[in-house]
Design a binder for this molecule. Sequence first.
Ligand SMILES: Cc1ncc(COP(=O)(O)O)c(C=O)c1O
Length: 385
Amino acid sequence: MRYDFDKPTERLHSHCVKWDTLKDESILPLWVADMDFEVSQPIKDAVLRRAEHGIFGYVAVPPCYYDSVVGWFARRHNWHFTSADILYTTGVVPAVTMVLKALTQPGDGVIIQPPVYNCFFTNVKNAGCRLVENNLVYENNTYHIDFEDLERKASDPSVKAMLICNPHNPACRVWSREELEHMVAICLKHGLAIVADEIHCEFTYGEYHYTPIASLSPEVAKHTVTCCSASKAFNIAGLHMANIVTVNSEWRERIAEHLACCEVHEVNPFGVDATIAAFNESEDWLVQMLDYVYGNYQVLKEFFEKNLPHLGVTKLEGTYLAWIDCRSLGKTSDELVKELEEKGKVLLNSGSIYGKAGEGFLRVNMACQRARLVEALNRIKPYLE
Ligand SMILES: Cc1ncc(COP(=O)(O)O)c(C=O)c1O
């Protein structure tokens, strides 16, 4: 089926975080990471069918749910695991905290790579652990890993886990196999558990391809827990369904205990049916959406090159979130966001929420109709000149 991503959508007054929490309705929200696109027809049909049933009691997640997850990753990403390796929960954010709680002791160090998804900071703190930051290095509009610093930090005996964002939000990087192998070699050498947040795994462009960390080798798989979902790729985050995958049965049992103990092991019927429809029947929608979003990135990049050449657009290998280097303006990210919101009437994410390493950057959610993106770019231009 052909989908029209230019088709305008109206999200105001739909009780959504992105549009319905703004200071005024004239603001264009290009912040929180969900998309302004309607979902695929099979997902819509599945949710409507479930709604039509009219009874919404407690859910027993069916075998066909697990089959849809296993089948998708095997087919699309050549990552092979079984239904028994999967636990489910209400989101990737709670999944990461539960995994960290299960695999660490209070006070243990957990490595993250800022600038990184803001919830990673709270994941580590909520798990009772200590943040250990292996900052990414920004050069020529892209990021790379400081492996020497990583090795030094991983060798501290109080550091017990590394939380890897693969692909990386907001660095726009799709880690290569070599980079992942280098990271996991350091983790294995120093006995660190590898916690992989792979929620952005479907968003890769051109020559860049997602490598599931747990697929690197059976040895790596034993030391890795992957948190993923259909939610980001198929725009169903509000349905709250996510997976925790590990072949390590002892770790899985510990994680399952934490899910039960923290009461995050009950999901809702819409999330289950939507995920099945996403993984089994919506690949065509995904492929077209990716093409469209990459087109948006090209428009944004050209816009900055032509109109705001003093600002750096980070090279987009993955995610649908542009990351703009505004450091030459000499203002903080928060000051810029405030000005763009109040005067330009566009809401972006401040780089500062992704750690000190994000200071001076802005994050732009490009998963919207192209006309809306262009309107937002024109609105913000005078304040970034
Ligand atoms: C890296 C990363 N993990 C997790 C999430 C959110 O996960 P969930 O909504 O399933 O809790 C996001 C959302 O932007 C994200 O970027």
